[in-house]
Structures are given as C-alpha cells and as structure tokens.
Design a protein. Structure first.
Length: 181
C-alpha cells in the first residue's frame, strides 16, 4: 500500500504549488496528474491551459471530473510511483452539480463520500505515493444559500475522511505548510 499525503488550505494558499513540487521531488518525470477541473467558460479554459503548460513535460495527465477511481482503474499503462489528485474541491462540486436540485444534505454528502470511498479503496491497492489537494471550507461563515451549505458539509465530511486515512496532512496558509500529521 502506498502513502497518502493530504494538502489542504484556503484558495490560493499554495496547495497546488506544493503538490507539484513534492511530486517532482518524489517522482521526477514519473508522475500522473489527475485533474478534476472542467472548462465551463473561457476564463477556466485559460486557467487549465496555464496549469497544463506549467507541469513538467514528462508527466501524464488524466482529466477525470467524476468517477476518478474508475477512470484510474482504466489507465492502460502501469501507474507511476507518484499520483497527484488536484483537487477534491472541484470533484465535490462536480458531484453535487450532477445531483438533482432537491437532494438532501445526507444524499449530497453520501454522493461525495462515495467518490472518496472509491478513491481510498483504489489508493490502498496501489504502491504509489498519492498527493491529494483539497480546500479547507470549515473556517468561514455558513453560506447563505442552500447549495453552498450542501457543498460545505459534503466537502467537510470528505476532508475529514481523507485526513483520517492520510499518512501525512499539511495545512497551507499563505504558502506556508503546517504539519497536522
């Protein structure tokens, strides 16, 4: 079973930068980057393109906005020694936006945790070091709208599950990592 490193923090806290630096140090060019972002508009397409261009040329990329574990199981080549999953935040958003508008908090959380359970099961079957990026959403105010509350609750539950399973957990603030585990 491989290692699981969880990087969490606020938006623009340096999580992705640290994840890529760690991956390069641990795996060199033998890294699989799993991207969960979807290009819904021109600005997001530009962001995705900039991220792709910034990654080392030797890294492979898997675009997997949903059912990440299932898509990883279909990878034909052997998995490299390092896998970066960036990010759980967008994966949770993708899951929630695929649900019916009237779903309950329990249904939303269950759907997101289903993705996390599948990921952890797959992660535990590999020898790779996994670096997983997610946003910390529990330090802000309660969102004033329903979808925001569903999102905060589901992502918070996912982060807790990932943190419990992780070998190492780092919280990033202003680019500085704080070791939680």
């Amino acid at each position: 079973m491989g290692r699981l490193i969880l990087l969490l923090g606020g938006a623009r806290s340096g999580k992705s930068t640290l994840a890529e630096r760690m991956a390069k140090e641990l795996g060199g060019d033998q890294v699989l980057f799993v991207a969960t972002a979807q290009a819904g508009d021109d600005e997001m397409r530009a962001r995705i393109a900039a991220h792709q261009q910034a990654r080392p040329a030797g890294w492979r990329t898997l675009e997997a906005p949903l059912q990440v574990a299932e898509q990883l199981r279909r990878v034909d080549d052997p998995l490299p020694p390092v896998i970066v999953l960036d990010c759980i935040t967008l994966l949770a958003s993708n899951v929630l936006l695929a649900l019916p508008d009237e779903c309950s908090t329990a249904d939303a959380t269950s759907a997101v945790l289903g993705e996390i359970d599948a990921l952890l099961s797959f992660q535990q079957s590999t020898a790779a070091t996994w670096i997983v990026v997610t946003n910390e959403v529990g330090m802000g105010v309660v969102p004033p709208y329903r979808l925001g509350r569903l999102y905060r609750d589901a992502l918070g539950a996912a982060n807790q599950k990932l943190a419990q399973a992780a070998d190492e957990v780092l919280l990033l603030v202003a680019g500085l990592p704080w070791r939680l585990r």
